[in-house]
Design a protein around this ligand. Structure first.
Ligand code: AR6
Length: 176
């Protein structure tokens, strides 16, 4: 599914983000940038060791912020590593921290001149964020950003599995 926001496109696809041919892919990292399972593990496996070397030099990333490395062996030129919140019931500022992870990734992409960027569904795996809530925050934050900034022309959500895709599609249809 695809929608236009200003001059930009927001698209939803089901797939594996490590295969994207795009300026930047976003990693759902941890604050130590130490690698792990899920999409983080997949990105480091597919991109090779140079991405972890760059992460070590950067040292870490607070929750809700983002840092950037090159894409190593990936087809993406850059990896933006952001850290979503661990979901602990919703009363610990999780919604704002999740929105911030998307916003800071977009701002960093813009400042580096990236025109196209792919996101996974941040925090909805190991970090336990309920998918329906996370989808609303992800799509609203991206759409609001694209309404105010036109330098990024494509934001693609690469959803891993049918359930995540269907939830994002339902949410996006309800927003347009
Ligand atoms: N492409 C796209 N999405 C994927 C892929 C992939 N190849 N693999 C998994 N997903 P998670 P989090 C989806 O757990 O919840 C790591 O250990 C997955 O189905 O990767 O933010 C880090 O090091 C889910 O919908 O990230 C952190 O410690 C989404 O990506 C921690 O997990 C996010 O799931 C971060 O947890």
């Amino acid at each position: 599914m695809e929608v236009k926001v200003n001059k930009s496109t927001v698209s939803l696809v089901e797939g594996d983000i490590t295969r994207e041919e795009i300026d930047g892919i976003v990693n759902a990292a941890n604050s130590r940038l130490a690698g792990g399972g899920g999409v983080d593990g997949a990105i480091h496996r597919a991109g090779g060791p140079s991405i972890m070397e760059e992460c070590r030099k950067i040292g870490g990333c607070p929750t809700g912020k983002a840092v950037i490395t090159t894409g190593g062996n990936l087809n993406a030129k850059y990896v933006i590593h952001t850290v979503g919140p661990i979901y602990r019931g919703g009363g610990r500022n999780e919604a704002e921290l999740l929105a911030s992870a998307y916003r800071e990734s977009l701002k960093l992409a813009s400042s580096k001149g990236l025109k196209s960027i792919a996101f996974p569904s941040i925090s909805t795996g190991a970090y336990g964020y309920p998918l329906a809530e996370a989808a609303k925050i992800a799509l609203k934050t991206v759409i609001d950003y694209l309404k105010a900034n036109t330098n990024i022309t494509l934001v693609r959500f690469v959803l891993f599995g049918r359930q995540a895709y269907d939830e994002y599609e339902k949410t996006l249809k309800g927003m347009i």
